[in-house]
Write a new protein. Sequence first.
Length: 286
Amino acid sequence: MGSDVTKATPRLRFSGAMLSDVGLVRALNEDAVVYVTPQNPETAGGRGSLALVADGMGGHAAGEIASALAAEVVRRVYGELDGPVPEVFAAAFAAANRAILEWAENNPDCKGMGTTCTALALRDDQAWLAHIGDSRAYLLRGRAIEQLTEDQTLVAKLVSDGMLTPEEAANSPIQNVILQALGTNPEIQPAISQQGMPLGAGDVLVLCSDGLSNMVPDAAIADLAGRLPPHEACRALIDAALAAGGSDNVSVGVFCVTAAAEEVTADQQRTTRRIKVAEMRRGEDA
């Protein structure tokens, strides 16, 4: 027996932007960012938008290679593989991990490289996250900001176990010890949301590398991302990190949720075009 299935029109619209900056101290930008949206959502097989930030490590430009590999592989697998978002994310992160390990095996100068990766899928009226390392995702709802990801670092674990206070962790000499990253171990356990997070008009999502979160307080992130259009918010957040010292590469994405019937501004239209891997240097805007 046949049946007619009518797909509900999404109630929400997403607009966003991503920028990256080398900072004031480092010679290379080892961050990579991606923001891709379907050119025609009606013919994209229901695949929503993808955004991610990857923060590479390894020195001698190896971190730059690791983050670029992660960004490109996750983007490609997300765009090509059918299935539920959590399964697609799991496959994408596993493929990126293998790609980085294989590159390091074939290029000894890159041995030990790796990268964090925090990815956000925006589809219909929901968001999904996949995360490894210490890059972050935030949700701004009303005047409140919530960190959606948990830092996979040694100090975060010590705080969770009650062995350090948050104040002690902020000044710890082991603050940058990451417990998990793509490319550092054949077996990884990324944190992947198994259910979509319902979104509402007025919500704002932020992705960033620790070059922002270590330099700019959450309250300031909420203030700038909550009151400025995505592109302006990204630029203002990077400027805030630079004003605080800019000791690391800084990458950030801001994504606003509006009712589908609301008019999209010219700035939002410009910042939601499809791009591939964006490894932007200081002063290069999306």
